[in-house]
Design a protein around this ligand. Sequence first.
Ligand code: AMP
Length: 289
Amino acid sequence: MNIITNNEALREQIRQYKQSGKSIGFVPTMGYLHEGHLSLIEEARKNHDIVVLSIFVNPLQFGPNEDFERYPRDAERDRKLAEHAGVDLLFMPVVDEIYPTGLSVTMLVKERVDVMCGRKREGHFDGVVTVLTKLFHLVQPDSAYFGMKDAQQVAVVEGLVQDYFFPIEIVRVPTIREEDGLAKSSRNVYLSPQERREAPILFKSLQLAKGLVERGHLKRDSIIRKVTELIHDETSGTVDYVEIYSFPQMVPVEPLQGDIIIALAVQFDKARLIDNMIISLGKKESQHV
Ligand code: AMP
């Protein structure tokens, strides 16, 4: 595995791959790798000659009171896992390599962000599309792989690529979970043992919602209420949001129809966990509210 930390060396290596006609699959991450990340790498491995993994904790996507400084990092462990997973090129730049100067042009996401994490984490998705634009230009992948664990990110990135004609296919990869249903996340290490025991309720509440919807219960408010109550009653976390929209448009639909997302965020003492489920209902004429 080739490990590169600067843009020039990365560009040179990418030039060589392109010259020899290799296809490139790209997996952008913030590191502290777990099976969720590894499943993206595995998908990319299946479809491409070369797999490029980036590990970069992007300061621009963290708010002033968020966990940028204490975000878990373990470069040595990540290197081993990446190598074992069959990554060809690991790109691990420092912050100054990606942001050597202030930005003279900034990016502002306008759609799909006035809901869920976009509403709660102001500027977060602006930071995400900024770093991805830089990484996409450096890596020039044929496809980039994103986890549905961060479904709103998938929706926003699909918008970016479409609007700005990036010649990159965005591949959606299903959420990888622990055996008890908790979505794997680098932030799960912040949970206390008691919170860890409670955390699978998040997935259970999404399953409850799915069951209700599939049995023809199509009223958003009552589903949201039931999910919120379950989390409130059975965990010590505080519900940040429970929301339901069309996916990937992220607009309310009533009654529920087409592809919908049920998404939630719950704040525990030191960890804010998110999860979601996509449910495909028969397509009727859509009526946005
Ligand atoms: P992160 O390092 O948290 O920025 O995540 C990097 C990529 O891994 C993103 O596309 C995430 O959606 C994806 N990812 C994180 N957790 C999971 C998971 N449990 N299952 C599938 N993909 C995931």
